[in-house]
Ligand binder design. Structure first.
Ligand code: UN1
Length: 510
């Protein structure tokens, strides 16, 4: 396949580097792995995984880089991120091509993902002059009580195949302005885009004397590379995105050394559609959220909870819309639904539909593999399954374009169903009734990290904090005040008087 090699480090051969420490690239002496493109199953490259020792070397280099970077003024750190943003802008479509090759996204979505990187660069540059602490009223005369935010240390980032660039970018662009080097363990499905992303940082860092090269490191491989990173005492924060079992392992390892974790795990996102909903809008939102990225976003729409008076009409409209979906090679103009990442995803998709049928579900459309007119790979017709109630299968996340539809009795019941799963990432309501919308957003409403009104569950902007509750892991990345997790808070009391009054009025005179 045609790999845009100008974005990749020059030291590449038939085998891609498994370890990148700034501008030093090495093969990685661990097991070889060869991801294949979801588009046609063809092998893309071979890479050697980083061993535990090689992960330790990357961490040590990042730790050294931290010592220099933490004392660079934050707005100067912002200047590095501004230059990274320039590199990304100049290479946007080529970077997007790598995402299409490795993750199977259509160009519009792949470019959207690179746009998220550009957006978070801009956000982080602004933030670099706004890492504010508070000034607090001291109870003692001639005392000042303030807080400062200082760089935390090297941050470990573990990311998944489905957002092989944006999730790292949220963490690393903000981490960099906060003064933290980044060590990245990308998905073993997406080694090339991760090397290209890293290379953009290396190129920008080369233009600034203040920026040590090892601010960015990449360690490729499977779970053991991630585990070595999670174990490292020199990594105060590990930000991990992926499945719940992966998150549990990372959380256990990091908690064992009393480090900090930022977790963004599974979603099982629902939309409530009430009888006052604008159905035209709802249908468009549902289709994008359910089948965009072939249903492989953690924010993808998995469950529809619909008012019984409108459910038949809504199903009819959706089935009609699904019938026109262009499915196939994501790089072919006009395609909206690309491939699943691989065979195990296809098998889970087919199995979940069978289970749903066994639990009383009726398949309204799709649910089968597309084999004609596609270039190999695992392509499916997105499925809609009407369920008699919220059964067990609806409480599990199937990472594919499979959406269940069920009905509710009252708005309270709808919210109860929406919240009645283990995951808590994203949620939405379609309604024109301000009371229903208000209830959905209230403390007794959606229990998710993201709750939307009259838009779908996926496609969040970078300016908000992204993440969710319960099994989703509780972390918040990207916008709002997520930056605080990448810094340590220092509370400072300064006595500018000549007496030594103690807090709480304690007398302790000698
Ligand atoms: C993910 O699927 O891990 O809100 C992240 C969205 C995207 C990010 C998804 N901005 O759908």
């Amino acid at each position: 396949m045609d790999i845009p090699a100008q974005l990749l480090p020059q030291q590449i051969h038939a085998c891609y580097p498994g370890v990148a420490i700034g501008n030093k690239y090495e093969l990685g002496s661990g097991a070889k792995f060869s991801p294949s493109s979801p588009i046609n199953g063809e092998s893309l490259c071979q890479s050697g995984a980083a061993t535990a020792d090689e992960v330790a070397a990357a961490v040590a280099a990042a730790h050294e880089a931290f010592k220099a970077w933490r004392v660079v003024p934050a707005p100067v750190r912002g200047e590095l991120v501004r230059r990274i943003g320039d590199e990304v802008r100049a290479n946007k479509s080529e970077l997007a091509k790598l995402i299409t090759l490795e993750a199977g996204k259509i160009p519009a979505e792949a470019e959207g993902e690179i746009q998220e990187w550009i957006d978070v660069c801009d956000f982080a540059v602004g933030l670099s002059r706004q890492l504010y602490g508070l000034t607090i009223a001291s109870e003692r005369p001639e005392h000042q009580l303030i807080e400062q935010w200082h760089p935390l240390g090297p941050v470990g980032v573990i990311s998944a195949f489905n957002f092989p660039c944006a999730v790292w970018a949220w963490n690393s662009m903000i981490g960099l302005v906060c003064g933290d080097p980044i060590i990245w363990k990308p998905s073993e499905q997406t080694p090339l885009i991760s090397l290209a992303c890293h290379e953009m940082v290396v190129r920008a860092a080369k233009t600034m004397d203040e920026a040590p090269a090892a601010l960015s490191c990449v360690v490729q491989g499977k779970a053991d590379a991630g585990e070595a990173l999670a174990k490292s005492e020199l990594v105060p924060l590990v930000s991990a995105t992926g499945s719940v079992p992966m998150g549990r392992e990372v959380a256990k390892t990091v908690a064992g050394r009393l480090g900090k974790c930022l977790l963004e795990l599974s979603g099982n996102n629902a939309m409530i559609v009430t009888e006052t909903a604008d159905l035209e809008l709802a249908v468009r939102a549902i289709v994008f959220a359910a089948v965009g990225t072939a249903g492989q976003r953690c924010t993808s729409l998995r469950r529809l909870i619909v008012h019984p008076d409108i459910v038949d009409g809504l199903c009819e409209r959706l089935v009609k819309a699904y019938a026109t979906l262009p499915i196939g090679d994501p790089s072919r103009p006009g395609t909206l639904v690309g491939p699943l990442v691989g065979k195990p995803s296809l098998e889970r998709f087919l199995a979940s539909i069978k289970t749903a049928q066994a639990q009383g579900g009726t398949l309204l459309c799709g649910g089968d593999q597309v084999t004609e007119g596609v270039p190999g790979g695992c392509y499916v017709h997105p499925a809609l399954v009407r369920m008699p109630e919220q059964t067990e299968v609806m409480r599990e996340e199937t990472f594919a374009p499979l959406t269940y539809i069920t009905t509710y009795d009252s708005i309270e019941h709808a919210i109860e169903l929406q919240n009645g799963v283990a995951q808590g990432l994203s949620s939405a309501i379609f309604t024109s009734d301000v009371r229903e919308a208000g209830r959905f957003l209230s403390p007794a409403g959606s229990d998710c990290g993201i709750a939307n009104v009259n838009i779908g569950t996926s496609g969040a902007e970078i300016g908000g904090a992204f993440g969710g509750e319960k099994e989703t892991g509780g972390g918040r990345e990207s916008g709002s005040d997520s930056w605080k997790q990448y810094m340590r808070r220092s509370t400072n009391t300064i006595n500018y008087g000549s007496a030594l009054p103690l807090a709480q009025g304690i007398k302790f005179d000698v």
